[in-house]
Design a protein around this ligand. Structure first.
Ligand SMILES: Nc1nc2c(ncn2[C@@H]2O[C@H](COP(=O)(O)OP(=O)(O)OP(=O)(O)O)[C@@H](O)[C@H]2O)c(=O)[nH]1
Ligand SMILES: [Mg+2]
Length: 220
């Protein structure tokens, strides 16, 4: 087998398992969300803030190379969480998410949002469908407004661009319009929001967007 054929077969196998994960979530009327970004851009802090809003309607799968720290942070908020330790892999795949979905024991009418926090990395995670219905990419202001075009694979495949740590804007020269415009240039349908999980700014808009997505799939 050539390397290209092996790559195609890995990707076809992943897509098959991803569609099973999606069917499972659809059957339970749960919106699956894949959160992707570089390490430290604020994924878990954002989820802690969402846990405060959605409570048990939210469940979380945490992907990290090592430690259960992020799952413990979410569990501390009283929300179901499942930690995947990849042991070195730089991304999650559909096969790793499947058992986590089973382990969380999700129920129709209880959980409405299942967020997968992918391994912090701007390259590898974007190539793997996990079975989500919504893909969000975070770019935190301290990372710089030039990153969208440096990592186009991720930013061209997301539905939602979240510019995080907005409270730091007065200390940084981050050009929000540039990041948003560059993302739209490679991904015309993308929606951009600015948020600060620390101050709560933008969190109403984000929660409203998630509610709207949920209703568009399954009504009230
Ligand atoms: N000022 C500010 N700091 C934030 C905000 N959100 C997160 N942080 C800080 O950024 C650091 C990293 O946040 P995390 O939420 O752990 O980032 P992460 O993306 O989950 O990191 P990994 O899981 O390691 O990829 C922590 O020190 C947070 O307190 C924010 O909105 N404003
Ligand atoms: Mg995290």
């Amino acid at each position: 087998m050539t390397i290209r054929r092996i790559g195609r077969s890995v990707s076809e196998k992943n897509d098959l398992i991803a569609s099973r994960n999606r069917s499972l979530l659809d059957g339970l009327e749960i919106l699956g969300i894949n959160l992707m970004s570089s390490p430290g851009s604020g994924k878990t802090t954002l989820l802690e803030a969402l846990a405060g809003r959605f409570g048990p309607e939210l469940a979380v799968i945490e992907g990290d190379v090592s430690t259960r720290r992020d799952a413990e942070r979410i569990l501390d908020k009283g929300v179901k969480a499942w930690q995947i330790e990849t042991g070195g892999a730089c991304h999650l795949d559909a096969a790793s998410v499947g058992p986590a979905l089973q382990g969380l024991r999700l129920s129709k009418g209880v959980e409405r949002f299942l967020v997968v926090e992918n391994v912090g990395n701007l390259i590898c995670p974007s190539s793997y469908d996990l079975g989500e219905r919504l893909r969000a990419g975070l770019l935190s202001l301290p990372e710089g407004d030039d990153k969208v075009m440096k990592y186009p694979s991720l930013f061209s495949r997301i539905d939602l661009l979240l510019l995080t740590k907005k409270d730091l804007a007065p200390h940084l020269g981050f050009d929000t319009a540039r990041a948003a415009m560059e993302c739209r240039s490679i991904n015309p349908g993308v929606r951009t929001m600015e948020v600060s999980a620390l101050t709560g700014e933008g969190m109403d808009e984000l929660a409203g967007f998630l509610e709207e997505r949920y209703r568009s799939l399954w009504g009230a």
